[in-house]
Every structure is written in structure tokens, then in C-alpha cells.
Design a binder for this molecule. Sequence first.
Ligand SMILES: [Zn+2]
Ligand SMILES: [Zn+2]
Length: 138
Amino acid sequence: MGELMNCPKCNALFVKTNLRDVCDKCYKEEEKAYETVYSFIRKRENRKATLVEVVEGTGISQDLIIKFIRTGRLQLAQFPNLGYPCQKCGNLIREGKLCNDCTSDIHNQLANVQKEQEREREIKERMKGTYLADKKNR
Ligand SMILES: [Zn+2]
Ligand SMILES: [Zn+2]
């Protein structure tokens, strides 16, 4: 059983399922759009098209094409120049949610936070140490 919700595109009520996150009408439109995109990009001369070129060539919105890529309907392995924007900086990427730069950025930030926490712990330990030493000396 799916849940009843409003279509995010046209606001019509429909039953949401795992396969569909838009209403029947919009789903059909998306199917048609997919056909258009796919038949465009399948052509030998368009295999190396970029996202912008596909948008221009098909008239389909970039968001929708990105959705096809994200949901795995358009297999990037077959199309070397296609990609979708990094969620952070908008660079074109081909897998995951972030580009390499942003991923290593996040790793660096995490490493910094960890270092910071370790230092704080060390300071606390040291303070505890001096406190105990003080007590012993008395
Ligand atoms: Zn709809
Ligand atoms: Zn990025």
C-alpha cells in the first residue's frame, strides 16, 4: 500500500509508491521526457554530449535529466561527459553526492573537529592530573 499525497509537480492527489513520486499524469510526462532524452543521447554523435547540450538538444529540463541520472535510468558509464552537479558547489560529478573537492573538504573538517576534541580531552586530563597531584601533596 502506498500513501496518499500531493504530486510535487502539479499538486494532484495520488498514491505514492516506491517506484513513483509523482502523479500518473506527471509520471507519463516523465516517461515521455525520458524517451526523448534517451533517444537523443543514444545517437552516436550525441554520446559525448554534456548535460547542457542534452538540455539544449531535447528541451527537457536539467532537473529532470539529473533525476534520470540520479535514479540510475541514464547509465553514466555509457555517456562519458554526462554528470550532475555536486550538492555543495555545483561541480559536475558522476557518482555520490559531492565532488572530490567537497568530499576531502568534509574529511578535513571532520579531522579538525577530532583533533580539537582530542586536545580538549588532553587539557581536561592534564587539569585532573594536576588537581590530583595537588591533593596528594597535601
Ligand atoms: Zn502531477
Ligand atoms: Zn563540490
